[in-house]
Design a protein around this ligand. Structure first.
Ligand code: ZN
Length: 192
């Protein structure tokens, strides 16, 4: 059976804040996991009117393994192929720190203005077991930082926990509206 969006776990599930384990052997279970992650992301995207499913970490399917998948094309929804990164590590952060909007499949309808490095270098292993390196900037650099955070049990909201102006809600119209920090964020039983 293939995973669907129903398999994606959501906050406040505390598994999302656990560190995932390194993958040792790339066995059939890991290959199936990577396939499930892609299928669940695409299934989620099909149910959303205003969002693109650009990436997922294994822990979001409740599998605490250091695997992430990232869409090969970040602006062409018709390209449904993904890059699979096993045991990904940020080897260098460069450039500026920039705040921009970020969402997460495990935090429905909440967006945040999250500070991230504009450039990163990442090292990972592919499904064939070969190590590769990549240099990324802009949105891809942001996604890599977001997904590698997931493998360490860090959610994007954790970076902006004390920033009253950083939280937004995605409305049915597709517009982002600032959230009332005192009322909806600070003592939220979902986010923390
Ligand atoms: Zn996420």
């Amino acid at each position: 059976m293939t995973a669907t969006q129903k398999n994606i776990i959501l906050l406040p599930n505390n598994h999302l804040r656990e560190r995932s384990k390194r993958v040792g052997l790339i066995d059939p279970q890991v290959i199936k996991l990577a396939e499930d992650m892609q299928a669940a992301t695409l299934d989620w995207e099909a149910s959303r009117s205003h969002e693109v499913g650009v990436a997922l970490a294994a822990i979001q399917l409740d599998k605490a393994q250091r695997v992430i998948v990232i869409r090969n094309s970040l602006d062409d929804k018709n390209d449904k192929s993904f890059n699979v990164l096993i045991n990904p590590v940020v080897t260098k952060c460069e450039g500026e720190i920039e705040k921009d909007f970020e969402g997460c499949l495990s935090v429905p309808d909440i967006y945040g203005k999250v500070p991230r490095y504009t450039k990163v270098r990442v090292k990972a292993i592919n499904l064939e077991g070969h190590e590769f390196r990549l240099k990324a900037e802009g949105f891809l650099a942001r996604i890599l930082q977001h997904e590698i955070d997931h493998t360490n049990g860090i959610m994007f909201v954790d970076h902006i926990k004390d920033s009253p102006k950083a939280f937004f809600e995605l409305l049915a119209s597709g517009k982002l509206e600032p959230l009332d920090y005192e009322k909806d964020v600070r003592n939220s039983s979902i986010l923390w």
